[in-house]
Design a protein around this ligand. Sequence first.
Ligand code: UDP
Length: 331
Amino acid sequence: MILIVGGAGYIGSHLNKEITQRGYETVIFDNLSYGHEDFVKWGTFFKGDLGNIEDIRSVFQKYPIEAVMHFAAFTYVGESVEDPQKYYMNNVKNTLNLLQVMLEEDVKHFVFSSTCATYGNPIEIPITENHPQNPINPYGKGKLIVEQVLKDYNDAYGLKYVSLRYFNAAGADIDSEIGELHDPETHLIPLILDAAAGKRDDIKIFGTDYDTPDGTCIRDYIHVTDLADAHILALEYLKNGGKSDFFNLGNGNGFSVKEVIDEARRITGRKIKATEAPRRPGDPPILIGSSKKAMEILKWKPKYYDLSKIIETAWNWHRKLINSKFKNKFS
Ligand code: UDP
């Protein structure tokens, strides 16, 4: 069985759907601090906390775990600056707990959710895996620390890992069974869709004076189901004896904030009011990743690379959410 830690969250739940559809059995370990039990529609749910090592031991004793995929992390960059301890405790210390139990149980395959935030401010675009890693906030630093720990555990204990450095995860399950639901929501696309749905008055554009063609920040949006596919390929790569490695996961295409808003207007057919606002501290002007390495080695091929498809799936999910029992969480 595959242990999906954080499998009740946004990316973990999409992975759970894809991997169970391919015949794998899964156990979802989540403390539901940010995840949603309703997102655990496949596999077996085990409520547990990585902060409590006995919870981790229990899940390994109960189920025949052969590999671990680790999605559980706090992901608010701004909050990580204000409260770094919260991030280092959860994203670093609790990950060490998980790895400790894996070693105790002799489980040696690990797929880790890393981030382009480990690179810091880019010195060249597109960003390849060889770009220097100089993270500029505790969120990115914590993820980099875990990557470094993984290298040492590989060398000392033979733990085989794949670390996946995501760019901007976006979109939702093509059947709208699951999707993005953060509280608080800070991400661009769901906030634009809130504005489209009349749940907020406008979308604020954080900075219009960047050195980019239209003055707004450019990001590389990658569909969450394509991310999920990459995890399955990474797992199979490890099962087939692949060496520990790290890979970028992005689209290779950048879209500006204004382009995303325009595309959302087109897809939703709604008026979306955009208001110019000051820059958000810590935002690099352009983040675009090269995913050539994942394509060559893992044979990854993103299917939903069109921005229109990303926004369309997000919008379908968003409308369903508004009408669903999540309404209270949403408003
Ligand atoms: N952004 C924005 N208004 C918002 C939220 C985000 O202009 O209300 C911009 C943000 O400055 C960044 C891009 O949208 O350039 C993507 O931000 P998001 O928070 O979705 O992802 P991040 O790049 O921070 O991981």
